[in-house]
Design a protein around this ligand. Structure first.
Ligand code: 3PG
Length: 209
């Protein structure tokens, strides 16, 4: 899969922080039930790699990736665990260099034109815009479209039910990411039915014109 294909799996990419890997498979099924077949499990918890491995090996139809990948060592661990894509809130030259030789897509975070230009030198043109609301939200995306018409984005950071439609109506946005669908507290409490319902609600909002 290419990075653009990964970000076209679903208009919404749930960003997950999970403390108990044993809940990962139920969570993946809950998201699938709600109509979302992609999830980004962030390496912010000790359970993340185990959670990725559990989903990758047992949940058919779920495209699982690793998020908050800050260096190449984490990239390789995520890949070994079975991650189908890797997302980072930013990037270093070394991470971009190594990741550009990998088969699985790397979606790096950018917030400025210079970061986009540097990433393009390494062959990247699909980005996470982070932290989206802080760096200008849809206004930033509109402004970036002029000089970078072929760049595509997944805005993340401050995206929610109120603003996701505005983001998704931008021509350079493939999908949005966020923690609101499967919050750490909902996951910890095992509120999987509510997570499915939230996913359905968000998707149904996108169908309303
Ligand atoms: C991320 O790492 O992608 C963000 O923390 C998600 O931001 P949100 O919590 O505002 O959705």
């Amino acid at each position: 899969m290419t990075a653009n294909e990964v970000l076209s799996v679903s208009p919404i990419v749930p960003v997950i922080a999970i403390d108990d890997a044993a809940r990962a498979v139920d969570l993946a099924h809950a998201l699938l039930e709600g109509g979302i077949s992609i999830m980004e499990i962030t390496l912010r918890t000790a359970a993340a790699l185990e959670a990725i491995a559990a989903v990758a090996s047992t949940v058919k139809g779920m495209c699982v990736g690793a998020g908050t990948v800050l260096n190449f060592d984490q990239f390789e661990r995520a890949e070994d665990a079975g991650a189908q894509f890797v997302i980072s809130p930013g990037a270093t030259p070394s991470l971009m260099h190594h990741a550009s030789h990998k088969k699985i897509p790397f979606i790096l975070g950018v917030a400025t034109p210079t970061e986009i230009m540097m990433a393009q030198e390494y062959g990247f043109n699909t980005f996470k815009l982070f932290p989206a609301e802080v760096v200008g939200g849809t206004g930033a995306l509109k402004a970036l479209y002029g000089p970078f018409p072929t760049a595509r984005f997944c805005p993340t950071g401050g995206v929610n039910l109120q603003n996701l439609r505005d983001y998704l109506s931008q021509p350079n946005v493939l999908c949005v990411g966020g923690t609101w669908i499967a919050t750490p507290s909902r996951i910890a409490k095992g509120e999987f039915t509510a997570i499915s319902q939230d996913a359905q609600e968000a998707l149904s909002l996108l169908k309303v014109q």
